[in-house]
Design a protein around this ligand. Structure first.
Ligand SMILES: Cc1cc2nc3c(=O)[nH]c(=O)nc-3n(C[C@H](O)[C@H](O)[C@H](O)COP(=O)(O)OP(=O)(O)OC[C@H]3O[C@@H](n4cnc5c(N)ncnc54)[C@H](O)[C@@H]3O)c2cc1C
Length: 308
């Protein structure tokens, strides 16, 4: 298959052959919506942080509405778990001045990593996007502003099965290149279930000369109906096989969880076999599935965390 680019192509830094590169993971959580959900999140984050992730990213809700809560989780994450936080920042409902203030605040608070996104409009994925007056029109403009503000690490979104608003797969690669040129340092992909869709995307990126690590986004699926809905809104193909495997298990969450981790281990195994060593997990604020998959990828809690 493809030869890794040097020094940092879509497969990640190629300073050493894949066999010598360690597995590195990151986790994505969303700001909890209630006090109960908040109380449940912190043990989850403690367990995941013990695996020594590269970073833990905190989403910013559709419409930009959770920005305050995103900031709260990001600050607390650093203080309480020691994990490096990454704050998602979107262009929705905010102007350049407000983005500048948010970036200055994050920098002052010691946050060094921004996931820069256009964001989903208040109507949710697929709703028309209109920037506010003096707002950013797309993620590329936001990336440029983040890069100008301070030497942040900047992750951006990528879509193995093409962004739903994009006219073509080639256009998506052009947009990713523009984000790279504006200062992005890493792409995190939308989740996908077909590894070949991801490999084809990386092939296209490499053929276009994109020198940006592309990290596969992994969504361990235990609720098929919810996952199918999410996949439909973001343009990811949902495999019939998953429907067949989960058929009749609506009342059997334990078997669904076991299957979910087996399927995610299978997907990550295929990516690992092709030399990919970085994985970004959509945790949905739960530790169990992502944790099990990380164990299967060879990760273990640091000794101090094990003793605690
Ligand atoms: C890892 C990850 C994390 C995410 N986190 C969040 C989150 O926290 N909050 C949230 O609301 N959403 C989140 N999303 C969803 C994301 O905001 C949506 O997919 C959104 O619709 C697009 O965001 P983007 O940053 O990819 O936008 P862009 O890169 O700006 O692309 C958006 C669309 O505009 C087009 N486009 C971009 N630039 C140009 C240009 N110069 N000329 C012409 N067309 C252009 C692109 O083709 C694409 O169709 C996340 C997605 C991923 C993959």
């Amino acid at each position: 298959m493809i030869i890794p680019l040097d020094p940092a192509g879509p497969r990640g830094p190629a300073h050493a052959p894949a066999s010598q590169r360690p597995v590195r993971v990151s986790f994505e959580v969303f700001p909890p919506k209630s006090a109960t959900a908040d109380a449940e999140l912190w043990p989850v984050l403690g367990k995941l942080a013990a695996l020594g992730p590269e970073f833990v990213s905190v989403t910013c809700g559709a419409g930009g509405g959770t920005r305050g809560r995103t900031e709260g989780v990001v600050q607390r994450l650093r203080q309480e778990t020691g994990a490096a936080p990454a704050a998602h920042l979107t262009c929705i409902g905010v102007d350049r001045g407000e983005i500048g203030e948010a970036l200055a605040g994050y920098w002052r608070a010691g946050v060094r990593h921004i996931v820069a996104l256009r964001g989903d409009p208040p109507g949710g994925p697929g709703a028309p996007f209109t920037p506010v007056a003096d707002g950013f029109a797309n993620a590329t403009e936001l990336v440029a502003a983040v890069a100008r503000a301070a030497p942040f690490e900047i992750s951006v979104a990528a879509y193995p099965e093409t962004h739903p608003e994009s006219p073509s797969a080639a256009h998506d690669i052009d947009v990713l290149k523009a984000k790279r040129d504006a200062g992005a340092t890493r792409a995190l992909t939308q989740f996908f279930f077909d590894p070949d869709a991801f490999f084809r995307f990386v092939d296209r990126a490499e053929a276009a000369g994109l020198d940006l690590p592309i990290v596969p986004g992994i969504l361990p699926v235990s609720n098929v109906a919810a996952a199918r809905r999410m996949a439909a809104t973001c343009g990811a193909a949902f495999p019939d096989r998953y429907d067949r495997l989960f058929d009749g298990l609506d009342e059997d969450p334990e078997t669904r969880r076991l299957l979910a981790s087996a399927l995610a281990v299978e997907l990550c195994g295929k990516l690992h076999d092709q030399g990919f060593r970085n994985f970004h997990f959509y945790t949905l604020n739960r530790a169990d599935l992502s944790y099990a998959v990380c164990r299967a990828l060879g990760l273990r809690p640091a000794p101090a965390a094990q003793a605690a």
